[in-house]
Design a protein around this ligand. Structure first.
Ligand SMILES: Nc1nc2c(ncn2[C@@H]2O[C@H](COP(=O)(O)OP(=O)(O)OP(=O)(O)O)[C@@H](O)[C@H]2O)c(=O)[nH]1
Ligand SMILES: [Mg+2]
Length: 255
């Protein structure tokens, strides 16, 4: 039997043309990412996203200056380190205040490929989705350099997410995603809660979007693991922070 042609992960030109970069803000949380944040900012194709907002979470290594020099339209600096969730929240609220319709989130440690933004933006502009979650594990995704522990952990987490939400996600901890900022007007999605300041905010947003029956889709993306190592995640401490939104929301302990 003739196997089906694999679907290319990059949308064709006529679908990429749907993207209006004036409506898109890229939000990048960054904490001590000097040497990387400049590359992230420079790599964002301005034909897909007109504005890059970097939120520097009180870095001590000049992350803010590097982001500005690389051409970020806006760099917001927290006075104290508050966590990745708080950084994302700051960037999203500013994007909304400035009238953007769509936010795309990329991590500040140069693990994502900004060239792949159309993969998560096109389904939004085509009216097919409200939130598009990047997945390293879908066909067309990639994980160059991934260490074995990250492979296991990022494959186990989606099963727990499924158990909690019923939604068949393949990569719940991928920090690359895009969504309509109008989701933040929904009273069921309360990003301003203090308990979301660190690693909780991202799974919270995904789970609440699913629970509120928004159209959530996944798209294949690359997550690159640099040889020099970049993660700031501490296995037990931050692992619990990633898990607790699933548990709390499932059990109705938080909203
Ligand atoms: N850990 C941490 N990251 C922060 C903070 N504030 C902003 N960030 C940024 O959040 C992004 C994700 O952090 P990482 O620790 O690399 O987590 P990750 O990329 O989801 O996971 P890995 O695959 O293990 O790297 C990076 O761009 C950080 O610079 C903070 O207070 N703590
Ligand atoms: Mg990282």
């Amino acid at each position: 039997m003739c196997p089906p042609h694999p679907v290319p992960p990059d949308p064709p030109a006529e679908r990429r043309a749907l993207i209006d970069p004036r409506k898109v803000a890229v939000v990048v949380p960054a904490w001590n990412e000097a040497g990387k944040i400049g590359d992230v900012v420079r790599k964002v194709p301005r034909r897909y996203a007109g504005t890059v907002i970097v939120v520097d979470d009180c870095s001590s290594d000049g992350t803010d200056t590097e982001a500005r020099t690389a051409g970020a339209e806006l760099v917001i600096r927290h006075d104290v380190n508050r966590g990745v969730g708080a950084g994302i929240r700051t960037g999203l609220l500013e994007a909304k205040r400035r009238g953007f319709e769509i936010a795309a989130i990329l991590s500040g440690d140069d693990q994502h490929e900004p060239d792949e933004l159309p993969r998560i933006l096109v389904p939004l502009f085509a009216g097919e989705a409200d939130l598009v979650q990047g997945s390293r594990w879908l066909a067309g995704g990639a994980t160059p350099g991934i260490p074995p522990d990250r492979r296991w952990l990022t494959q186990i987490y989606p099963w727990l997410f499924r158990l909690a939400s019923g939604f068949p996600v393949t990569d719940g901890t991928n920090g690359m995603r895009a969504f309509r900022l109008s989701l933040l007007d929904d009273p069921r999605i309360q990003l301003s809660q203090d308990w979301l300041d660190r690693y909780e905010l991202e799974p919270y947003l995904l789970m609440q979007a699913v629970r509120a029956r928004y159209r959530v889709r996944e798209a294949p993306v690359t997550v690159r693991y640099h040889a020099r190592g970049t993660t700031k995640i501490r296995l037990f401490h931050d692992g619990w922070r990633l898990l607790r939104p699933l548990l709390y929301l499932r059990l109705g302990l938080r909203h």
